[in-house]
Design a protein around this ligand. Structure first.
Ligand code: SF4
Length: 271
C-alpha cells in the first residue's frame, strides 16, 4: 500500500516510517498527541512502523470540547495528562492568568510552558511538529526570533507552535528528553493526502472551517475572537480570570490600566 503514496516526488511515508523505526527506544516512544491532524498522522505512522509507544494529551482547560470528544471516541488509548504546579494543584488557564498577573500574549506565552509542554521528560518524544506550520505565521515568527536572538527570552525554541528552528531529531538537555519530528518536512496537502488515503478519522472541526486546532482564545490564533464567540462559556471564564488578575495586581500594588476583566478581554482580542 505504501507504494501508492508518492508525495512531492518522494515517498515521504516510507521516509517517516524509517525515521520512527531508526530511533525506536526500548521503552517505547512518548507520543505527544494533540488530537489535531498532525497528531493523527504520527500516531498512524507509529502503528505502521510497528513500534512501541504511549500517547499523551495535555488537558489545557481551554480545549475545544469537540476535540476531547474526538479523542475519547477514536483514540481511547491516549492518556489524558492534567498539568500541575509544584504543590500538586492542577494548573489551568483560569488560575494561571491571575498567578502570572498578566494575560498570555504572542510574545509571552507562559501558558504553553505550563499547560502544553510538560511530559515526556527523560523519554524519547515523538511529535507532529512541521516546518510548514510555521511558515504561515512567518511575520509573527520573525519578530519573536528577533526577540530570542536578543536574548530576551527562550520560549520560542521550546514552543511546539513555533518550529522554525526545529530539527528532525534533537536532544533537549534541560528536560533530558530526545525529540523526533518524523513529518517535519511534510506540508499541509501531504498531511491531508495521507489522512484521506488511509481513511484516518479526524476531528470534525476541520470540516467546520478550522485550519488549526488548539486552545480556545490562544493569543497565537488569528481567530481568537471568533473562537470566543463560538464558545461563550470560555469567554466568560476568561473575563472572570482577568477580573481576578486585576484584583491580585491591585492587592500587590502593581499598576493597572484596566478596571474590569471585560476591558482586558477587549484589549487582548484587539492585539
Ligand atoms: S497553544 Fe496558545 S493558549 Fe495554548 S498554551 Fe500555547 S500559547 Fe497558550
Amino acid at each position: 500500500m505504501l507504494d501508492q503514496i508518492n508525495m512531492s516526488g518522494l515517498n515521504k511515508v516510507e521516509v517517516a516510517i524509517s525515521r520512527i523505526q531508526m530511533f525506536a527506544p526500548d521503552d517505547g516512544y512518548y507520543l505527544a498527541f494533540s488530537g489535531g491532524k498532525d497528531s493523527v498522522v504520527i500516531k498512524a505512522l507509529a502503528d505502521m512502523a510497528g513500534v512501541k509507544y504511549d500517547a499523551h494529551y495535555n488537558v489545557t482547560s481551554v480545549d475545544p470540547p469537540e476535540l476531547i470528544y474526538f479523542i475519547r471516541e477514536h483514540h481511547s488509548d491516549v492518556i489524558f495528562e492534567y498539568p500541575r504546579y509544584k504543590d500538586g494543584k492542577r494548573a489551568t488557564m483560569w488560575n494561571l492568568i491571575p498567578k502570572k498577573r498578566m494575560p498570555p500574549t504572542r510574545r509571552v506565552r507562559y501558558c504553553c510552558l505550563v499547560l502544553k509542554e510538560g511530559g515526556g521528560n527523560g523519554r524519547f518524544v515523538i511529535t507532529g511538529v512541521r516546518w510548514d506550520e510555521s511558515s504561515r505565521r512567518k511575520n509573527d515568527r520573525a519578530g519573536l526570533e528577533l526577540n530570542t536572538h536578543k536574548g530576551k527570552g527562550n520560549s520560542v525554541l521550546d514552543d511546539p507552535d513555533n518550529p522554525a528552528h526545529e530539527q528532525m531529531a534533537r536532544i533537549c538537555p534541560t528536560k533530558g528528553k530526545h525529540i523526533l519530528n518524523p513529518i517535519i518536512d511534510w506540508d499541509d496537502d501531504e498531511v491531508w493526502e495521507f489522512i484521506h488515503r488511509f481513511n484516518i478519522p479526524y476531528c470534525k472541526l476541520y470540516d467546520e472551517g478550522f485550519k488549526r486546532l488548539g486552545c480556545i482564545g490562544c493569543p497565537m490564533s488569528t481567530k481568537a475572537k471568533e473562537e470566543l464567540e463560538r464558545y461563550p462559556k470560555f469567554k466568560q471564564a476568561y473575563i472572570r480570570s482577568f477580573d481576578k488578575m486585576i484584583k491580585d495586581r491591585i492587592r500587590d500594588g502593581l499598576k493597572t490600566k484596566w478596571k474590569t476583566g471585560k476591558e482586558v478581554l477587549d484589549w487582548w482580542l484587539s492585539k
